[in-house]
Design a protein around this ligand. Sequence first.
Ligand code: IMP
Ligand code: MG
Length: 179
Amino acid sequence: MLKDIEKVLLSEQQLAEKVKEIGDAISKDFEGKDVLLVGILKGSVVFMSDLMRAITIPVAIDFMSVSSYGDGSKSSGVVKIVKDLQNDLAGKDVIVVEDILDSGRTLSYLKKHIEAKGPNSISIVTLLDKPERRVVDVYPKYTGFNVPDEFVVGYGLDFAEKYRSLPFIGILKPCVYEK
Ligand code: IMP
Ligand code: MG
């Protein structure tokens, strides 16, 4: 697995420090609110599990599963909801937890979808952002790191379902996805 990685972009320590920072910010900004953290499967699982433990206020958690990428490395633009949330989110302050914001299509679609369930508020936290790839406007409240336009894996992020279990974020060698 390691031989497919061109270089480590974000180390375990850098990730841990950033997660702590975001957890502190959420704990402060959402004090007294009825928070529901919504992890987007599967890419956000590692970030989600670290982030919820870095948040010191009570939060509920749930997950949504969407398919937008298939097994490739390019966005298909098609977002399909495979697992949804309950229908009534009245009074909830929803924080969507995403691994990476790329074209923005997935989050833009999800935001509208969740808004229709009537939450008190909806915010986005994304660990990674590739701002130069944006096609649809999406504004996360919290962003961990801006990353260059390269295919990254690890810490939950995959290529064709592989590499999610790497504890750091690395740049995948292009020869892996170009073949
Ligand atoms: P968007 O709809 O184009 O913003 O796509 C976001 C989704 O694409 C993320 O949740 C990831 O699943 C996937 N994605 C985008 N870029 C990468 C990458 O560099 N590595 C792994 N997955 C990626
Ligand atoms: Mg993915």
